[in-house]
Design a protein around this ligand. Structure first.
Ligand code: SF4
Length: 276
């Protein structure tokens, strides 16, 4: 029997979903709808946009206006939607390959522009849907279908990239610490400007199996071991060495792209040169 929150925000008639047993994507989407519920976003004024991959299937199950776009282009579609209808809430769901490989340029420029969308990246550190190839967030030396003897490329720190590129909200979480992840997503949805949340996720079928990470339970336990909440990291920096810090990592205020674009538009109208 689905919970009231699931019934309210999910297309329950489209369930069961396609994700493998023990996958973290369903857990993270469950957390996302709880954050949406806490903020009280109107589903009729909220658009969910996704690209391609296992996480790209999420909007198909979510009871909002949704669009499943082409690979890597979710942020480009979202940018157009936000500029056309700035009053709408735009939430983008991407995977690590979608966001940081084929969509990498859209990612850094959306952050630089500070467009007022919330980007949730479900980072399972591998391409799941296409068979376990390594992605830009696969840890160096980790095994993937296309790196049977280990990945030679260091992984992107997605939160570091987002902040360096200009995002005004950056957070991270894991399904193993769900209350903290919901809290971070809630704050991201309330923030005005480009909000970036990385949810590290377990892919037991490819990443876990190929890297001897165990099943879903072992991978969830590992998430707790390899992460440290930001408050602990600040109080005991020695405990955060080599770990992912979780929670709200960065928040700042500056004008959003829509605000600055609107000013440009008004100047053009005032000059008498506007064509529409
Ligand atoms: S392949 Fe991995 S990421 Fe994709 S649904 Fe299965 S467990 Fe989840």
């Amino acid at each position: 029997m689905p919970s009231a929150v699931v019934e309210k925000y999910m297309r329950v008639n489209r369930l069961a979903h396609i994700w493998c047993p023990g996958c973290g994507i369903g857990m993270i989407i469950n957390g996302a709808i709880r954050a949406i519920d806490k903020v009280g976003l109107d589903p009729d004024k909220t658009i969910i946009v996704s690209g391609i991959g296992c996480s790209g299937r999420a909007p198909g199950y979510m009871n909002f206006d949704t669009i499943h776009t082409t690979h890597g282009r979710a942020l480009a579609f979202a940018t157009g939607m936000k500029l056309a209808r700035p009053e709408l809430n735009v939430i983008v769901i991407m995977g690590d390959g979608d966001c940081a490989a084929i969509g990498g340029n859209h990612f850094i420029h959306a952050a630089r522009r500070n467009i007022d969308v919330t980007a949730l990246v479900i980072n399972n550190q591998i391409y799941g849907m296409t068979g376990g190839q390594y992605s830009p967030t696969t840890p160096v030396k980790a095994v993937a279908t296309t790196a049977p003897y280990g990945d030679a490329e260091p992984a992107f720190d997605l939160c570091g990239v987002a902040q360096a590129a200009g995002a005004t909200f950056v957070g991270r979480g894991v399904p193993a610490r769900m209350p903290e992840l919901i809290n971070t997503m809630t704050k991201a949805l309330q923030h005005r400007g480009f909000s970036f949340v990385e949810a590290l996720s377990q892919c037991p079928v490819y990443f876990g199996r190929m890297n001897k990470g165990g099943g879903p339970v072992q991978m969830l336990m590992l998430q707790k071991e390899m992460t440290v909440p930001i408050r602990t990291a600040q109080q005991k920096p020695e405990e955060s060495k080599g770990k992912f810090v979780t929670g709200v990592l960065y928040q700042a205020e500056r004008p959003s792209y829509e605000e600055l674009y609107n000013e440009v538009r008004e100047r053009a109208i005032a000059s008498g040169e506007s064509r529409g």
